[in-house]
Design a protein around this ligand. Structure first.
Ligand code: TEU
Ligand code: CA
Length: 559
């Protein structure tokens, strides 16, 4: 297996709108991030992944871009960006930018041109089709509700938008589109950024003919069989790699909904002719609703979670590289979803989850606030939500009688993307120290108890625990490169596995339950001299043949 800096790194994701506001307008910005670089350096992370900061009408908080080479005015200026990049590098960290090129904003000049006439030179930059009588060209539904097609009266044709109607899909079959994207990428790389996180990059190639999809909940057809891992996606990424990426020392991570192990081996293969790694989604789907959508409130089952994560561990081993994540700006808070956010167990379970993830093989990602054990928020009414996905789903699913309003509000409290988007909790002053103004979305009222200032001062905090985990990765290469094996796949409460490399053996044991549980370590670890690298409950000096794990206890033992 090749050794590279990005396999050895820990990545921290910043959602700029919610990170830190420097000028009191209630919206996080680049200078806010600049003011918190010391905090990130102290945490010990290597790479910052910055969610989009480009010019955008903000239909989807920056994932709808109207100019790829300009900074969103609310976030600052290009000078602010250059200063931020310089400072990140000066502190010995790296910066990875979000690349959103499956679609643009409908306010991007390419689209303004494209929609202006059927024979405009930019027409073929997007996916235009004739209607089917009075109906859209096919039955595809958009990820954010409604049809994936929008009728354009001016030219009497429909354009495709797999996300909102303000996010028209680019036509990657057009070689000029690919050249434009590659030029733009080079422009950023020449500025000195260290790579890209590529938004829904598994969706850029659509099956020719755009066939109807299977109808799921009686409303629209599922586009994914014809839009995910499409026929030319690897060809496009290989071209991107040849013409752009291979010329720089960068890390790339593909956000790849619908990716399978077989596909991941191509996207993120060891030969490196496409991307460095991908985000797989299988563990994000374990708590989906039986009707097939994400809106639900039953927690995922541990046995399934173990099977899923372990499958990715073993099946990519030596062939491709994993990304490890519990959450991001599209997912609920990790501790509320996979752990226990009650005051009694929050700290322990947040540390346990961190241990479980950081000891696996792959590059770990920390989503802002996760290192504090930040929790979901309990919004009571739909008017408190800001996220386009949540708002549209509420309207569509309750409007069609598929779910009742109280049901949907319950599901939103558990799964809405806004759970991850409430402002970062810096201290116990007004608005958690995020802004002196009116925050664009409500601050979680638990900020007096959960905030960075308090946790920096507390040696037993979740923050200090993450710091320790990150340091361990730097001192023990077995954590990065060791082989993985799951123990007791059918145990319903304990997630335990081993890592092995060059005569070293590491045991990671995590109790996912709120009760004491009995754990039987494998023979080869029992009363063998070694060292406990980290533990979150009881100091463990050795492994006994039978061990009682505290609620949400985690420990890592190395021999
Ligand atoms: O997300 C893609 C994606 O798969 C999401 O739509 C995901 O299914 C959903 O958020 C979970 O409910 C990326 C970005 O991360 C997301 O923020 C954007 O809204 C989306 O692409 C469109 O650019
Ligand atoms: Ca601001």
């Amino acid at each position: 297996m090749k050794k590279t800096w990005w396999k050895e790194s820990v990545v921290y994701q910043i959602y700029p709108r919610s990170f830190c506001d420097s000028n009191g307008d209630g919206i996080g910005d680049l200078n806010g991030i600049l003011s918190k670089l010391d905090y990130l350096k102290e945490l010990g992370i290597d790479v910052i992944w910055l969610s989009p900061v480009y010019q955008s009408p903000n239909d989807d908080n920056g994932y709808d871009i109207s100019d790829y080479q300009a900074i969103m005015a609310e976030f600052g200026t290009m000078e602010d960006f250059d200063r931020l990049l310089f400072q990140i590098h000066k502190l010995g960290m790296r910066l990875v930018m979000d690349l959103v090129v499956n679609h643009t904003s409908d306010e991007h000049p390419w689209f303004t041109e494209s929609r202006s006439s059927r024979d405009n030179p930019y027409r073929d930059y997007y996916i235009w089709r004739e209607g089917n009588g009075n109906c859209p060209p096919n039955n595809w539904g958009s990820v954010f509700g409604g049809s994936a097609w929008e009728f354009d009266e001016h030219t009497n044709m429909y354009y495709l938008h797999l996300f909102s109607k303000k996010q028209p899909d680019l036509n990657w079959e057009n070689p000029t589109v690919r050249e434009e994207v590659f030029q733009m990428m080079k422009w950023w790389l020449d500025k000195g950024i260290d790579g890209f996180r590529m938004d829904v990059i598994s969706m850029i190639s659509k099956t020719p003919g755009l066939p109807n999809g299977p109808v799921q909940n009686g409303l629209y057809g599922d586009a994914s069989p014809y839009t995910v891992n499409g026929p030319r996606v690897h060809e496009y990424l290989q071209q991107m790699n040849r013409e752009v990426l291979s010329r720089y020392d960068v890390m790339t991570v593909g956000e790849t909904p619908g990716v399978t192990v077989e596909e991941a081996r191509k996207y993120a293969g060891e030969e490196g002719d496409e991307l460095s790694m991908v985000f797989q989604f299988e563990h994000m789907g374990l708590d989906d609703h039986p009707l097939g959508f994400k809106w639900n409130d039953t927690p995922p089952k541990l046995v399934k979670l173990k099977a899923t994560l372990s499958k990715w561990q073993t099946e990519l081993a030596g062939k491709a590289w994993n990304s490890l994540y519990w959450s991001n700006h599209d997912q609920p808070r990790a501790v509320s979803r996979f752990g226990d956010d009650s005051p009694k167990h929050r700290v322990q379970s947040a540390k346990m989850l961190a241990t479980c993830l950081h000891m696996m093989q792959g590059t770990p990602y920390i989503y802002q606030g996760e290192e504090l054990g930040m929790t979901n928020i309990s919004f009571e009414t739909i008017s408190q939500y800001r996220d386009i996905e949540s708002l549209n789903a509420f309207r569509e699913l309750t409007g069609n009688g598929i779910l009742t309003q109280p049901e949907m509000l319950r599901y939103l409290r558990r799964k809405s993307r806004d759970n991850a988007r409430t402002p970062m909790q810096w201290d116990d002053t007004l608005n958690a120290g995020f802004t002196t103004g009116e925050p664009w979305i409500e601050v979680n009222p638990n900020y007096p108890q959960i905030n960075a200032k308090q946790q920096i001062a507390d040696p037993d905090s979740v923050y200090r625990y993450y710091q320790k985990l990150i340091r361990l990765r730097k001192t023990h290469r077995i954590i990065v490169y060791g082989s993985y094996e799951l123990l007791d796949p059918n145990d319903e409460t304990i997630f335990a596995y081993t890592r092995k490399m060059e005569g070293q053996k590491l045991l990671c044991a995590c109790n996912f339950s709120s009760r004491e549980e009995v754990f039987f370590p494998p023979e080869e670890f029992i009363v063998r001299p070694g060292v406990c690298l980290i533990d979150n409950a009881v100091a463990r000096y050795c492994c006994e043949s039978q061990m009682t794990l505290q609620p949400y206890e985690a420990f890592v033992y190395l021999i």
